[in-house]
Ligand binder design. Sequence first.
Ligand code: PLP
Length: 428
Amino acid sequence: MGVMEKYRDYVMTGFVKRVEPVVADHGEGALLYDADGAEYIDCFAGISVTNAGHGERRIIEAAKAQADKLVHACTYVYHVQSAADLAEKLAQITPGRLQKTFFANSGAEALEGAMRLAKRFSGKREFVALESSFHGRTYATLSITGNSGRKKGGGPYMPGVAFAPTPYCYRCPLNLEVETCDMACARRVAETARLSLSGDVCAFIAEPVMGEGGIIPPPLDYFKVVKEWMDAEGVLFICDEVQSGFGRTGKMFAIEWYGVEPDIMCMAKGIANGWPLGAFTARPEIADAFQVGDHLSTFGGNPVSCAAALANIAVHEEDKLAEQAQRKGEALMARLRELQKSQPLIGDVRGRGLMVGVELVTDPGTKGYATEAAAFTRQYCLDHHVLIGVGGNFGNVLRVQPPLVISDEQLDTVYRTIEAALAAYAKK
Ligand code: PLP
């Protein structure tokens, strides 16, 4: 029996297969190879995880050395050097006064813990999140996710959550123009809390660049305006950097683009370049709200994952991966915007760094969702050995999120493949 057949018969796949899967065998940099040795340019990085590239030796060696010494000792029962070192490092690289870290295994688990900590600190119970957001697939994280496509079949969800409009300038939910809107969507966050909740709001939760929602970077003043309301009302800001963190957007963390300080920040995915690890970091006075016995994760802060994360952050710093992402992302987006002038399927090109979204439309005037064109493009790219993602509430946004070490030549191939795919779809 081959891998495909074993997956068919024995693996519970809870995710729609829009394309034929690739049997990923090994990788190097931005390249993935299948079991037959065929080469693919990986522009999805395992959903924005392997930011430092596949097969990065410095990280693998650090993980191996830790595995030789100790693989597991629950880091909340025992103290472990690599967890201590990583927590110290995160205090140095996360924004503002963020200092104390709780380690988990995944993004969703980090968000769950952050929500619990926010409740514990504030004594309040309600949350404001954003429409089109995505925060994970557990009960609480689906409850704060603003997209029924991800939530279907799992409801009813947690009460005490209200959703504010998506800061989505290409399709402004308030039908305003960006030049004159005076950041109305940010001001609506306060209204959402006032009109839909009971005055018991403990936190506002948001991604600084939305990933699954279709690579949506809010305008640069957005979080400053929302923060005015948060500060006035004593509402905490939980920043979900699970997808946007670790150099992806051209800064170590995407919130650095916005000049505001989160109260709690959630991380996972790119934190350890593929080793499973989630984390949330808080200001010390917030972190200390957890009482002894309040929160624990058996595998959280696994010594090997923490060693990998430390080496990963060192690689980010040594190789200036965020700067690389910024330069390469800008160059790619400039080419895609140029292509947009002659390719009416492209409605919008947006993103920060190498978190790039290309929104496809049936017509630039009506902005109809070109879901079929996106599925075609993804399949065409796969057929031509370029792996890209698709996102957005209607599945019409191409997502280009490669390892940040992707070469200029590889990015050129990616661009040319997308260009050819769109031309082939238009001709169809
Ligand atoms: N938050 C964001 C912004 C995400 O993109 C994701 C996953 O895609 C999650 C949370 C959940 O992370 P995980 O799949 O590790 O639980």
